[in-house]
Design a protein around this ligand. Structure first.
Ligand code: SF4
Length: 370
């Protein structure tokens, strides 16, 4: 195949669905790890086209959704300072902290700027030597290389008024935490293709072996996902638990070695708190000691800010696949994309937002949404 829309070909999708139907002899619960996969599954109605035996559980792989409230509050505290230019990707501006968000800080006079690359923040730092410039570095293994490169360049060029507010998380430890949960129903994973395009697949065989779960790497188009589900069901039905790559056009076993070298130089593995899930050991990155000078938390003395999660929002259960979004009583009522109570409703990759965008009308008819 040559063009992206060929990966949505209805005839080929129908053939894959027929094969999945023929393979599935019993109920299986498969978690798609990434929010991009979730969005595509709900948008294209793939979960509704699958045979009833196959349940798709929506995993925690949305970077905005898992960024803890505490880090949002730290960002708000730093962004409100008059000497700071606070730079972020646009999707973080509406994420609610415990009492405000970055849009409100901006409307109250804070210098909050949307950038399209962390390197843009470095340019702003060069152009404003008398002010502190902070970039909000969140996300998984996918966004981390560019943030690592920015810190590397700031150090190399001696740009001392730049710092990074780091909230990077890692996918494999979260998959292990999900499998360790006593309430876990997951029997197989669709691993996130873009994460594997950076990191490769070498971390997954140990997980597949330890938890006896098939792990199939997929892309994000309908045929990518259906082929991944087909390979997963084939493994489940035959009692195998192996790592397979159904996204070979982007993913190699070794990943992007240049990006991995940059990550290894700039970051060090650390415990991280995941919004709605809690602390997971060794599940993220912080700046390595030799780059500690660029750590915004230390520079602005916000390490002591601690925040409790909202008791209303059940996004933690959504992110662990324990409930579907519409099973939260606030879904479509108090909580909508215009007035989100939790991060899974803010981000376009969030499961709550995906259900609101693509399922709200049918859920309303069934009496599940406001
Ligand atoms: S619908 Fe809103 S309140 Fe409920 S879990 Fe999702 S984000 Fe949280």
């Amino acid at each position: 195949m040559k063009y992206l829309d060929e990966f949505s070909d209805p005839e080929l999708a129908g053939k894959l669905l027929d094969q999945i139907r023929a393979l599935a002899t019993r109920r299986w619960a498969i978690m798609e790890v990434c929010g991009g996969q979730t969005h595509s599954i709900i948008r294209h109605g793939i979960d509704q086209l699958l045979p009833q035996q196959i349940e798709m559980i929506h995993g925690p792989g949305c970077p905005v959704c898992v960024t803890p409230l505490e880090i949002i509050d730290k960002a708000l505290e730093i962004a409100a300072r008059p000497d700071v230019i606070f730079c972020s990707f646009g999707d973080m501006l509406r994420v609610p902290g415990s009492s405000s968000d970055l849009f409100r800080i901006k409307s109250a006079g804070g210098d909050v700027r949307v950038v399209y690359s962390p390197l843009d923040a470095l340019t702003i730092a060069k152009e404003n030597p008398g002010r502190q410039v902070v970039f909000f570095g969140i996300g998984f293994e996918t966004t981390a290389p560019a943030n690592a490169m920015t810190v590397y360049q700031a150090n190399r060029l001696g740009i001392e008024n730049f710092s990074l507010l780091v909230s990077h998380v890692l996918v494999p430890p979260a998959m292990a935490a999900i499998m360790d949960s006593p309430e876990c129903r997951v029997q197989a994973f669709l691993a996130a293709g873009h994460v594997c395009s950076v990191m490769g697949t070498s971390e997954y065989p140990a997980l597949a072996e330890k938890y006896k779960v098939p792990i199939v790497v997929t892309g994000f188009e309908p045929l990518d996902l259906l082929e991944g589900i087909r390979k997963t069901v084939l493994q489940l039905e035959s009692g195998r638990y192996e790592v397979e790559n159904a996204y070979a056009r982007a993913v190699t076993a070794q990943g992007n070695t240049a990006a991995k070298a940059m990550l290894e130089d700039v970051f060090a593995v650390s415990d991280r708190t995941w919004r709605g899930i809690g602390s997971i050991p060794d599940s993220g990155w912080q700046l390595a000691p030799k780059y500690a000078y660029f750590d915004a938390e230390e520079r602005f003395s916000v390490t002591d800010i601690h925040t409790d999660e909202s008791s209303v929002c059940r996004s933690g259960e959504v992110l662990q696949g324990l409930i579907k979004p519409h099973e939260c009583s606030a879904f479509g009522k108090e909580c909508t994309p215009r007035n989100p109570l939790g991060a899974t409703m803010v981000s376009s990759e969030g499961a709550c937002a995906a259900y609101y965008l693509y399922r709200r009308l049918e859920l309303q008819e069934a009496g599940h949404a406001g």
